[in-house]
Ligand binder design. Structure first.
Ligand SMILES: [Zn+2]
Length: 500
C-alpha cells in the first residue's frame, strides 16, 4: 500500500427557482464528516469507494459534506466547506490520486457550477499529474469546467437511485486503473438542450430514459469503451448551457468517444416528447381517484419536491382534499416549522387552529387555516432504508400528526429527501390505510408504493420543481431549448472534451 488516495466532496443538489439557501446548519443537520470520520462511512458512494480501495491504497480523508437538496449554498457556507476541504487535502499532500463523490447539480448563491469550481481548486492544489476521478448523480449538470478538471467522471446508473455504493466502487476502480496504466481516459460529453422533469426518467422497465441508459450501458461491452454515463440533468437550475446527454470514456480513443457520445445524445433528444408527463388539476385528480376502487391513490405533488430542492411547504393538494370534502383517510406531508411548534406547544390530544403551508418559501401559494387534533408528536428522526443515504439518519425536526376530519397531516420542521415512506412510518402513518397519499417527488413514489398503489396522478401545481418546464421563465439559458422549442432543425450536440 505505497499509494495514497485523497477522498472528499461537497454533495448536494440545488434549485434556482425556490427552496431555501443551504448554510452550515443544513449540512450539520445532514452529514458532515471530517478527517477520520469519513473512514467510518460504510454505505452510499463513499462506502463503495472505501470498500473498493480497501487493501489497495492508503486513504487521505478530507471532508464529506452532504445534505438534502435545497436552494443554492450561501457564499459563506461554500467558502467554509471548500476552504476546509482544501486545507485538509493540502495537509496530506503529496497524494497519488483524488476521489470525489460529487452530485453535479450544486450551485452557490450568485454563481453556478459548484463542482466545476471545486474540481478546479483541487486540480490547482494537486497539479496536472495527479488523476482526479469524480462520481456524479445522473441529474448532474455537466460543465466544461468539470470535464476539464477531472480525468474521469462516472455517474449513477439507476433512478430511483439505488446504486450509489456500486458507483463509488466504479469510481475507485477507475482511479486505480488510471494509476496502474490500464486506462488512459478519453472523456467526451455530448449535450442536448433538453430540460425535463424526472417523471419519466426511470431506468428500470420501459421508458424513454431507460432505453437511453440501456443503449449507453450496452456500449460498455466494447473493449475500447471504459465507461458510459447518461444524464437526465437536474432541470431546476438556471445556468447557461443546461441540458442532458451522455458522457463516454474510451480508452485512449477520442474520436470513438465523441462519436458514441454524440449518437447517444441524439437518441436522448429523439425521446424528448416521451419524457413530458400528463398533468392533472388537483380537483380533477381527486375526482378521478375517487372513481378508483380502494387505495392508496397517489396525488403526486411533485412541484414541491424536497428531493429537488423545494421547501416541501406547499398545500395545494391539501387544499383540494379539503375543498372536495374527502371523507376517506388521506396522508399529506407539509413542512411548516411554526405549525409544528404550535402542535408541540398544545400537546397530544389537544385541538388547535393553525395556519399551514407556504411559510418557508411563500412565493408559490397561500396558507390554509385548519382546526384539528394533535394525534402524535415526535423528534422527526428516522433512518433511511435505501437510496443515497441508506442507513443514515434523516431529520425532519420536531414533527406532529394533525388530524383534520379524515385527513392526517404530517407537519415537520425541516424538509427531507423522500426515499420511500420512512417519514410517514416514523410518525405511525401507514399508506395502506389511506385512500389518498400525497407524494412530493417525481419518481421514488413509483418504487415506494409499487405493490400497493391503485393509481397515481401527477398534479399541476405551482412550485420550484414542476413536472414540466413548459412555460418556465429562464434568464441564463438561451433558446432554443426543449420544451420551449419543440424542434431545433439541424441540432448538433454540444461537445465537451477533457483537454479541449
Ligand atoms: Zn438524482
Amino acid at each position: 500500500m505505497d499509494r495514497t488516495i485523497a477522498l472528499g466532496a461537497i454533495f448536494i443538489e440545488c434549485n434556482h427557482f425556490g427552496g431555501i439557501a443551504a448554510d452550515m446548519a443544513t449540512f450539520e443537520r445532514n452529514d458532515l464528516c471530517r478527517g477520520k470520520e469519513v473512514l467510518q462511512l460504510s454505505t452510499g458512494t463513499v462506502g463503495g469507494m472505501l470498500q473498493a480501495l480497501d487493501g489497495k491504497a492508503r486513504i487521505a480523508p478530507t471532508l464529506i459534506a452532504s445534505a438534502c437538496p435545497s436552494g443554492p449554498l450561501t457564499n459563506e457556507c461554500y467558502r467554509a466547506l471548500k476552504d476546509e476541504l482544501l486545507i485538509r487535502l493540502k495537509a496530506q499532500l503529496p497524494v497519488d490520486g483524488v476521489l470525489m463523490p460529487l452530485h453535479g447539480a450544486a450551485a452557490v448563491e450568485g454563481e453556478g457550477d459548484l463542482e466545476g469550481d471545486l474540481l478546479a481548486a483541487v486540480r490547482e492544489l494537486v497539479g496536472e499529474g495527479v488523476p482526479i476521478v469524480a462520481t456524479l448523480d445522473l441529474h448532474a449538470h455537466v460543465t466544461q469546467q468539470m470535464i476539464q478538471n477531472a480525468d474521469a467522471l462516472l455517474a449513477w446508473e439507476t433512478y430511483p437511485h439505488r446504486d450509489s455504493f456500486s458507483t463509488g466502487q466504479r469510481g475507485a476502480w477507475a482511479l486505480l486503473d488510471i494509476l496502474d496504466g490500464r486506462l488512459v481516459p478519453s472523456m467526451v460529453m455530448a449535450k442536448v438542450p433538453m430540460l425535463v422533469s424526472g417523471v419519466f426518467g426511470q431506468t428500470e422497465g420501459d421508458g424513454p430514459f431507460a432505453d437511453v441508459m440501456r443503449a449507453a450501458k450496452l456500449l460498455e461491452s466494447r473493449p475500447e469503451v471504459y465507461s458510459t454515463s447518461a444524464f437526465l440533468v437536474h432541470p431546476y437550475l438556471d445556468l447557461p448551457d443546461m441540458g442532458g446527454g451522455t458522457l463516454v470514456i474510451a480508452n485512449n480513443h477520442y474520436p470513438l468517444a465523441e462519436q458514441l457520445a454524440t449518437a447517444l445524445a441524439l437518441m436522448y433528444w429523439s425521446r424528448r416528447f416521451d419524457l413530458e408527463p400528463e398533468v392533472y388539476e388537483p380537483a380533477d385528480a381527486i375526482r378521478r381517484g375517487l372513481e378508483i376502487e380502494g387505495g392508496p391513490v397517489l396525488l403526486v405533488e411533485t412541484s414541491d419536491c424536497c428531493g429537488g430542492g423545494a421547501a416541501g411547504d406547499a398545500v395545494a393538494a391539501l387544499k383540494a382534499l379539503i375543498d372536495a370534502d374527502v371523507s376517506l383517510p388521506a396522508l399529506i406531508p407539509v413542512v411548516d416549522p411554526q405549525a409544528a411548534e404550535t402542535c408541540r406547544g398544545a400537546g397530544c390530544g389537544q385541538q388547535v387552529t393553525l395556519s399551514i403551508g407556504h411559510g418557508v418559501d411563500p412565493q408559490w401559494g397561500t396558507p390554509v387555516v385548519l382546526t384539528g387534533t394533535v394525534r402524535r408528536l415526535g423528534d422527526g428522526k428516522f433512518r433511511y432504508e435505501g437510496g443515497i443515504w441508506e442507513g443514515r439518519l434523516g431529520d425532519m425536526g420536531p414533527s406532529a400528526v394533525l388530524e383534520v376530519g379524515s385527513l392526517s397531516i404530517l407537519i415537520t420542521t425541516h424538509g427531507t429527501y423522500e426515499w420511500a415512506d420512512e417519514q410517514f412510518q416514523t410518525m405511525g402513518l401507514n399508506a395502506l390505510d389511506a385512500k389518498f397519499v400525497v407524494a412530493k417527488n417525481p419518481m421514488n413514489y413509483r418504487m415506494s408504493y409499487a405493490d400497493i398503489s391503485k393509481g397515481a396522478f401527477i398534479l399541476k401545481t405551482s412550485g420550484p420543481t414542476p413536472p414540466t418546464l413548459r412555460g418556465v421563465q429562464l434568464r441564463n439559458l438561451k433558446r432554443p431549448f426543449y420544451p420551449a422549442d419543440e424542434d431545433i432543425p439541424g441540432l448538433v450536440p454540444t461537445i465537451l472534451r477533457h483537454n479541449g
